[in-house]
Design a protein. Structure first.
Lengths: 283, 367
């Protein structure tokens, strides 16, 4: 298949649009290497009380690693926050796979009474925004004594409906003939699931895991609602707390917070695309 | 189909590289976590804190003093005779009637008539002086007359005792109780009439305290002096009887004499050392801080470091903030200051390294 050459006019338009998309990321990267005094000049208008507009230069007058060193060597609290995020996200993703994959397999491959109703219930739960279920979730978690513990974030995420929905779509795409042949050869349902279903549906599982990671890593509302102790706060909650005095450190921490998401995206780009296509959503 | 497979194969090294980068990212974050903690421990000062309170300061003065004799009387020999024996030595306490020394009586002649007449005359003079003092109790002259008469009587009694001794084997006995301060009589040598003899401290010994002028300013006549033994306070006390003017070394001599309590376990031997303490309390101060929290700037300026919480992007950090204070007074443990401090302010009392205003600090584990 031959690739089409872009018209110059289209190229310019697309290039300008790409620049627009890249601008915040460029500001983030250059801001992390800009001295505090220069950042203050640029941002005092919006971060102070003067009400003036912010300004930004394409490149800083002088590059500095001051904020990087300050964050990585002189701020142990940052690492506490970073590992809090890991502790709250990685087990949740593992839970989504362990719990969601069998559920998705059952919904896609097994025939039982009420299957469609359960699946519709999953869809309804999936499309409900967090703000709608927040109060009920809080009451249940409080009743279980899990408020202000990592489990308040972990458990609801592990039982999330979204990964089940994605994996159901992938498992449904596995040819039924292949599964029937395995059953006729004497394979049990578990054997069919583990030996045929999971390997063939692996893109779906990975896609759900990657989307679950990105969602959990960037989650703000759940930690704010269910966590009270500062010692449990994840990275996503701290990043918005920027002041004139710590703007540089804020930029560096944002870049570091961005790295796992970018790397995970690059790692499973093809699966993510398939997952997004399967779920029909765009974030 | 073949093109797709080729594209997938081309993507494999890239994905593996990204996977390795991701793993290294988390490994690096783990390493930096420990490094950051180590760097933080090394760079940030670890501090201990104390709090202000209101109260009074302990202005007690303490030290080691020396037992000295109080009022002394020099008793001289009346006769120029050979001394056969000396029963006393300096520092020894004697009671009335104790033997002091003995004359050689092998060639004694004469009687005691003259000394008896002197004794009677001295007694009459003393009674006359006491009568005069009774009429004019505030008269310094009358009081000194009584003192002189008492001394004359003591001297006459001792002279009489020596006459009596010559008639009764030569042993001269003490006519009053006291402590031997000095004695220049030597057995086997001849006494010099009216010159040689012994000095006796009358009454109980006094405690001599020598303290710096600044500390002496807290002491007043009549203050209680608590006697100490082996670092512990005893029930025995003295009273401050006199305070001298400062000498060239800016040292003041204070004399403590018998107070409200009787002499007890403590041996009051003249010349021996004695630990003591004068307890004093200041008035009430609103702001008293631990003395370790007080720092001296240039000259007479003082300041403290207070820990302030500063909200940063990654949570609350602790910062040392300099607060100027006026020093009002201090004791060994606390200082009374005039400053804008509250009872909730955490004052830095000790830190692992030198700090300055605005430095970030961490609390010691126990604080």
């Amino acid at each position: 298949m031959k690739s089409k050459r872009l018209q110059p006019c289209s190229f310019v338009i697309l290039f300008l649009l790409a620049l627009l998309v890249w601008t915040p990321l460029w500001m983030l990267l250059t801001g992390a290497l800009t001295p505090t005094s220069e950042l203050r000049e640029h941002l005092s208008g919006v971060l102070g009380s003067s009400g003036e507009l912010a300004s930004w230069s394409l490149l800083p007058n002088r590059l500095t690693l001051q904020h990087v060193v300050e964050l990585l060597l002189d701020t142990p609290a940052f690492f506490r926050v970073f590992w809090n995020s890991c502790v709250q996200v990685l087990p949740a993703v593992a839970g989504q796979v362990l719990i969601g994959a069998p559920a998705a397999w059952a919904l896609s491959q097994l025939r039982f009474h009420g299957r469609n109703t359960v699946f519709r219930l999953y869809i309804v739960l999936m499309i409900l925004p967090f703000q709608v279920t927040m109060a009920s979730s809080y009451i249940v978690l409080n009743w279980l004594g899990l408020i202000d513990s990592p489990f308040a974030i972990l458990l609801p995420a592990a039982f999330s409906a979204f990964p089940v929905f994605i994996m159901t779509k992938f498992f449904a795409g596995i040819p039924r003939e292949m599964l029937e042949a395995a059953r006729m050869d004497g394979a049990s349902e578990w054997a069919v699931f583990f030996k045929i279903g999971l390997p063939l549906g692996l893109p779906g599982v990975l896609s759900a895991a990657l989307l679950g990671f990105v969602e959990g890593w960037n989650a703000v509302e759940q930690p704010i609602t269910f966590l009270k102790s500062a010692s449990l706060t994840p990275l996503s909650v701290f990043l918005p707390a920027t002041t004139v005095a710590n703007t540089g450190v804020s930029f560096v921490s944002a870049v570091i917070a961005l790295l796992p998401t970018v790397l995970i995206f690059l790692l499973g780009q093809q699966y993510l695309e398939q997952g997004i296509l399967a779920s029909g959503i765009k974030e | 189909m073949e093109e797709n497979n080729q594209a997938e194969r081309a993507e494999q090294p890239f994905v593996r590289r990204i996977g390795r980068i991701l793993i290294w990212f988390f490994v690096a974050m783990l390493a930096l976590t420990f490094l950051s903690r180590a760097a933080s421990d090394a760079l940030k000062a670890k501090v201990s804190v104390g709090y202000m309170s209101s109260g009074s300061l302990d202005l007690s003065v303490s030290g080691a003093g020396k037992w000295v004799s109080g009022e002394t009387q020099f008793f001289t020999t009346y006769f120029a005779r050979r001394i056969s024996k000396v029963f006393i030595k300096p520092g020894q306490t004697v009671a009335e009637g104790d033997p002091l020394f003995a004359y050689d009586v092998s060639t004694v002649t004469g009687g005691k008539t003259v000394s008896e007449q002197k004794l009677v005359a001295a007694q009459r003079a003393l009674e006359k002086a006491k009568a005069a003092l009774a009429k004019q109790p505030d008269s310094t002259y009358a009081a000194s007359t009584v003192d002189n008469a008492e001394q004359a009587l003591l001297f006459a009694q001792f002279t009489h005792e020596q006459y009596v001794a010559l008639q009764n084997g030569g042993v001269v006995r003490a006519t009053c109780a006291g402590t031997v301060v000095s004695c220049d009589l030597v057995a086997g040598k001849t006494s010099v009439a009216g010159t040689s003899g012994l000095e006796l401290a009358l009454g109980t010994p006094q405690l001599e305290l020598r303290i710096p002028k600044k500390e002496a300013e807290r002491v007043a006549i009549g203050d209680e002096i608590v006697l100490m033994r082996e670092g512990k306070q005893e029930d025995e006390t003295l009273r401050v009887r006199s305070i001298s003017a400062p000498d060239a070394d800016e040292t003041v001599t204070i004399l403590g004499a018998q107070g409200d309590t009787e002499a007890g376990k403590i041996e009051r031997k003249i010349g021996s050392a004695q630990d003591w303490k004068i307890r004093k309390k200041s008035g009430q101060y609103y702001t008293c801080i631990p003395l370790e929290a007080l720092r001296q700037g240039g000259g007479d300026t003082y300041y403290v470091y207070v820990i302030r919480e500063v909200a940063t992007i990654l949570g609350t950090e602790l910062e040392a903030q300099k607060v100027d204070v006026d020093l009002l007074a201090h004791d060994d443990k606390r200082a009374a200051v005039d400053a804008a401090l509250t009872s909730e302010d955490r004052l830095i009392t000790a830190c692992s390294k030198e700090i300055s205003d605005g430095d970030r600090v961490v609390l010691h584990d126990g604080d």
